[in-house]
Write a protein that binds this ligand. Structure first.
Ligand code: UGA
Length: 434
């Protein structure tokens, strides 16, 4: 099939490349000429394990190409995906759909044949209806369909999530779009991946509901972790004990400093806005958002407690800055409020991240960023693990202990087990007795 992918951000680039991997001819479009030029040379704007090789392979096979020219990409395409950003509007938290609508307008102006326009960006309920109206206003007699096909990719494991998903969700209003999307996803159907075929509005809502549910699950285990600390028991045992019940499930029960990233914080807020518009109170989601925000700042108090109640003038080494491992993404990373709060209380911050330093330098102020984790902890009064990078797990605790001024370790991801105490550290973890 011939596919145009509008937007070469995270979703567009991963989806476009994987569609090409299945043998489709994919043209990825972006307004940013510099980005397109870089992509043509095989330089990716994001860090995602394995993506560079997949892009290269499909470029060489001439199944994947990049352009700024939307008109030529859309010409003759069977499927036109909209995968542009839907950032939160400042203040209100609702999704800014201007890029989606702009893409719809440009698609309409270039439309020919009988394509299916598929919204892949995460968009509030009813956006597909507006996209359809925008295109119909320009092409009243045009022959096209509009579908919703949300993505469920996680940064860091996006390619596997795309090629081996738990399910595919397809929201359609007619047979033509269903036929096109069924053909597109036939490699997955052959592998017995469930395909949920539903209305367009349902597909749009499924995406938000899934993210809000996962955010709630994390928040639940985080709150239970606080209780475990008080009653002197271990959150990982509790998570295992409940998670083995298949109705609960073991994933997303890892306690930590609170969820971050480009999706959960944005999507929970956008879902709340939609509910508000319809006069519905989603109290569980409201509480999740509030509890997670409070938690991220509370983690700074945990550090302050660990050093004896005052960080004024102390040097704190932060290990891991990105919102999770295997990404360079700093959006809504728990490390940001943690560092800002510690700085307000007078701490000096040194920090290390194996991949996210460039983005960290853009969002963090007055932080000494160090490429070497051991240099980062040198002479520190405490070390704080914020992101569970494998390279952080592998650190030599004895060496760290020797380099640091005080042997205080605040492990917000529970990456270090008993070994840390054995190495002489005074350890403070999440959901474990001190
Ligand atoms: C999330 C969803 O998992 C994807 O299914 C979805 O497609 C994506 O958002 C999106 O909407 O685009 P992502 O934000 O990449 O993916 O990362 P997750 O692995 O979900 O982690 C989100 C946050 O939750 C991270 O800060 C992570 O550290 C935290 N988390 C996750 C926990 O604290 N505990 C867990 O058990 C799991």
């Amino acid at each position: 099939m011939k596919i145009a992918m509008i937007g070469t951000g995270y979703v567009g680039l991963v989806s476009g490349t994987c569609f090409a991997e299945w043998g489709n001819r994919v043209v990825c479009v972006d307004k940013n000429a510099e980005k397109i030029e870089q992509l043509k040379q095989g330089k990716l704007p994001i860090y995602e394990p394995g993506l560079d090789k997949l892009v290269e392979r499909n470029q060489i096979a001439e199944r994947l190409s990049f352009t700024t020219d939307l008109t030529s990409a859309v010409k003759g395409a069977d499927l036109i995906f909209i995968a542009v950003g839907t950032p939160p509007r400042l203040g209100s938290g609702d999704a800014d759909l201007s890029f989606v609508y702009m893409a719809a307008q440009e698609i309409a102006e270039s439309l020919e044949g009988h394509p299916t326009v598929v919204v892949k960006s995460t968009v509030p309920v009813g956006t597909g209806d507006v996209v359809e109206k925008i295109i119909a206003a320009v092409r009243p007699r045009g022959s096209f369909s509009v579908a919703s096909n949300p993505e469920f990719l996680r940064e860091g494991s996006a390619i596997d999530d795309f090629l081996f998903p738990d399910r595919v969700v397809v929201g359609v209003e007619g047979p033509r779009a269903l036929e096109a999307l069924t053909a597109l996803y036939s490699p997955l159907a052959r592998a017995n991946t469930p395909v949920v075929v539903t209305q367009r509005r349902a597909a749009e809502l499924i995406k938000y509901a899934a993210n809000a549910f996962l955010a709630t699950k994390i928040t639940f285990i985080n709150e239970l972790a606080d209780l475990c600390e008080q009653v002197g028991t271990d959150i990982d045992d509790l998570a295992l004990g409940i998670g083995l019940d298949h109705r609960i499930g073991q994933s997303f029960l890892k306690a930590g400093p609170g969820y971050g990233g480009s999706c959960f914080p944005k999507d929970t807020l956008a879902l709340l806005r939609t509910a508000q518009d319809y006069g519905i109170a989603l109290r569980v989601v409201e509480e999740t958002v509030a509890a997670n925000e409070a938690r991220k700042r509370k983690m700074a108090l945990k550090v302050i407690d660990a050093v004896g109640g005052d960080v004024e003038g102390l040097t704190i080494a932060v290990l891991g800055l990105t919102f999770k491992p295997d990404t360079d993404d700093m959006r809504d990373a728990p490390s940001i409020p943690l560092i800002e709060t510690l700085q307000r209380f007078g701490a000096k911050i040194r920090a290390h991240d194996p991949v996210g330093m460039k983005n960290a330098a853009r969002v963090l102020e007055n932080v000494m960023l160090l490429d070497d984790p051991y240099e980062c902890v040198r002479d520190a009064d405490a070390a704080v693990v914020v992101t569970e990078w494998e390279s952080v797990r592998q650190l030599d605790l004895d060496l760290m202990r020797q380099l640091m001024r005080s042997p205080i370790l605040v492990d917000l991801r529970n990456v270090f087990g008993r070994g840390a105490a054995q190495a002489g550290f005074q350890v403070s973890s999440v959901g474990r007795p001190a």
